[in-house]
Design a protein around this ligand. Structure first.
Ligand code: ADP
Ligand code: MG
Length: 666
């Protein structure tokens, strides 16, 4: 057994392709569930861009290479070919202004791209992209690929769908099924496929905080009495109504789907779609480019010219700035425009804050929200009828977009799967169903492996235990270990073992901007919620400052039943050793905290103590310190030493308190 074989040769693989306007991806689903197949250099997204030779019409570049030099080759670089699929020139009048290359009418009322004296059909352009993705897939899987599922927007008509099939045929691929993009997104999340839904009205098991563990240190239980929220009562009817919000590079659509499971299998019904085929992340890039150009002109003179290479650079910079602002509170923009006539450097610099950025894109986000209202209206649904909102498309990474969509639908939208990958993943799931692959994907109504977070010293604090029924919720309070800590990292883990290094890391996020406070004072409430679809939301709130951050994860993604079994067995085999290791970590953390407190007290009243007592305290501290720093210490002895140190310092603590009171009265 070499262990490198990735596919079962007895089943012919059916891949899933998201043929996007801006980017395209390929995915494959086997027993472990769906995964993206990467191209050279670990690329996951392939820009849907093809550059042709100006004279002969041959393909010069595909994907990233073609996109990165698009501005320099406006006449022979074809992007957004999806807009032309199955359409006549008349149909696409509105699009022409956005396309730098020439589009003419071909035969049978179909649009063609004109490059030099070559006429190229949009199907042929798409076929180049599909072929390239097929090469990626064959390299990743190590087998020949002949069949694929391809996704299209829900609003595509028959001609557009047929054109998509034809593109596959030109690429030598059999398109075994065309799937709506929003349906694919729902499939990736297993929506409408929940075992045991409908009887979970009181299913949420809430774990009460039994005392408080901490990210680092124990909180005084009196200070933070358990503040668990009442469990959200969840009721899932056997049919689910889902809104899929897809904001990509150049297009936006929102669909309301009804998902049903019948004896014939899954059925989805598109109740309504709304959107705007000229609304997307490109608009935001353009806004930033315009801002830069206007300010550059203001600073260096109105007459300054921007050649193609500079415009390309602006565009790349604008996109990078936008992406940065999805993760950071501000982004630095710097452009070196070279020397002016008299040799003086011309450097343009500015900082764009998330706040100013949000103000700038506000009206653009408003337009998407208006469309959501339209879609609800034509689906005859109210916000309350929507069970889930799924986020699709790279532009839904923009925090303002997430906030506004969550606000409108009054629910946290699904973002656990990468929004730019979720459609391809769903296409792959559909492919695996058609291929008859038995996906042992852990569609369970219990949580197979415990879920928790990392605490100080590499220990795991479990919030939801294995075999809890879904949905499940747990809340616990944590605090900081270091004084003045303004950022707290929350690392989410899965597994039965006691140490981080023996568990599976699911993801991490940072709670930022906490006002500096002494160690142990911040009150960080961490909530885990696993909903009926098996999606885990982890939220951390610092209660004093109300700063919050969250993450969503699909914990069972990429796990087989066998792996769960193995992780479970491992935990039994190592139980005793794990407990000892965890105990040591706890003792070490406690010792370090106690020593810090004692040292502060010594600094305060040390001079007033009698020398004998002081020496005794210092002796205890030195002993405990040595044990905390040593790796091979016996936990029982350590515990004893810690106890002895605590007992010996009772009088010291009293002295320090008396001193403090005296100071306050003075
Ligand atoms: P499409 O479905 O149109 O092919 P995608 O779903 O791939 O497009 O989305 C591409 C868009 O997402 C681009 O405008 C890109 O700049 C934007 N995007 C990608 N990542 C981020 C991010 N982290 N923050 C904001 N926008 C992003
Ligand atoms: Mg898309």
């Amino acid at each position: 057994m070499t262990g490198t074989k990735q596919t079962n040769p007895s089943v012919e693989p059916i891949i899933g392709i998201d043929l996007g306007t801006t980017n395209s991806l390929v995915a494959y689903c086997d027993e472990r569930g769906p995964r993206i197949l990467e191209g050279p250099g670990g690329q996951r997204l392939m820009p849907s861009v093809v550059r042709y030779n100006l004279s002969g019409g041959g393909v010069e570049a595909v994907g990233r290479e073609a996109r990165d030099h698009a501005v320099e080759h406006p006449k022979n670089t074809v992007s957004s070919a999806k807009r032309l699929m199955g359409r006549s020139v008349n149909d696409v009048q509105d699009d022409l202004a956005y396309l730098p290359y020439e589009v003419v009418e071909g035969g049978h009322d179909t649009a063609r791209v004109k490059i030099g004296d070559q006429l190229i059909s949009p199907q042929e352009v798409s076929a180049v992209i599909l072929s390239e993705l097929r090469v990626w897939a064959e390299a990743a899987l190590g087998v020949t690929v002949r069949k694929t599922v391809v996704t299209v927007p829900a609003y595509f008509d028959d001609a557009q769908r047929q054109a998509t099939r034809d593109a596959g045929r030109i690429a030598g691929l059999q398109v075994v099924r065309i799937v709506n993009e929003p349906t694919a997104a729902a499939l990736a999340y297993n929506l409408g496929d929940n075992p045991g839904v409908g009887d979970q009205g009181s299913g949420i098991r809430e774990k009460k905080s039994d005392g408080t563990v901490s990210l680092s240190t124990k909180l005084n239980p009196e200070v933070c009495s358990s503040e668990n929220q009442p469990p959200a009562t969840s009721h899932h009817p056997p049919t689910q109504t889902v809104a899929v919000f897809d904001l990509g590079g150049g297009t936006f659509d929102v669909s309301v789907l009804r998902l049903m499971k019948t004896e014939q299998g899954r059925v989805d019904q598109v109740l309504a779609t709304a959107g705007d085929t000229h609304l997307g992340g490109d608009d935001v890039d353009r806004m930033i480019v315009e801002l830069i150009q206007a300010e550059v002109r203001k600073q260096f003179g109105e007459q300054i010219a921007f050649p193609a290479s500079t415009r390309q650079a602006f565009r790349n910079l604008a996109e990078a700035t936008k992406i940065r602002l999805s993760a950071e509170d501000s982004a630095q923009i710097e452009v070196d425009l070279g020397a002016d006539k008299s040799g003086g450097a011309r450097i343009y610099q500015r900082t764009l804050s998330r706040e100013d950025f949000n103000t700038m894109i506000g009206p653009w986000v408003d337009r998407t929200i208006d469309c959501c209202r339209d879609a609800l209206r034509s689906a005859k649904c109210s916000v309350d009828d929507i069970d889930r909102v799924v986020m699709v498309g790279g532009s839904t990474r923009i925090p303002l977009v997430r906030d506004r969509v969550g606000g409108l639908f009054e629910t946290e939208p699904y973002t656990a799967l990468n929004p730019d990958e979720v459609v391809a993943l769903g296409a792959a799931v559909q492919g695996s169903i058609l291929a008859g692959i038995n996906r042992d994907m852990l569609l369970l109504d219990v949580i197979p492996l415990s879920l928790g977070i990392e605490t100080m010293g590499g220990a795991v604090s479990k919030l939801i235990m294995s075999n809890s029924t879904i949905p499940a919720q747990a809340t616990e309070m944590f605090s900081t270990y270091a004084d003045g800590q303004t950022n707290i990292k929350v690392h989410v883990l899965q597994g039965e073992r006691e140490l981080v290094s023996d568990c599976r890391s699911l993801g991490e996020f940072e709670l930022k901007g906490i006002p500096p406070m002494p160690a142990g004072l911040p009150k960080v409430e961490v909530t885990f919620l696993v909903d009926a679809n098996g999606v885990l939301s982890v939220q951390a709130v610092e209660k004093r400052s109300e700063k919050r951050a969250s993450i969503q994860i699909v914990p069972n993604h990429g796990l087989t039943r066998d792996e769960v079994q193995r992780m479970e067995n491992d935990s039994y085999a190592h139980a005793a050793q794990d407990m000892a290791a965890h105990r040591l970590i706890d003792l070490r953390n406690q010792a370090r905290l106690d020593i810090r407190a004692i040292e502060k007290q010594l600094a305060k009243v040390g001079d007033e103590m009698d020398a004998g007592y002081r020496a005794q305290v210092e002796q205890h501290v030195a002993e405990v310190k040595a044990m905390a720093d040593s790796s091979g210490v016996d936990p029982d002895k350590f515990h004893e030493a810690l106890d002895a140190m605590d007992k010996s310092t009772v009088r010291l603590a009293e002295l320090a308190i008396t001193m403090t009171l005296r100071e306050e009265q003075a």
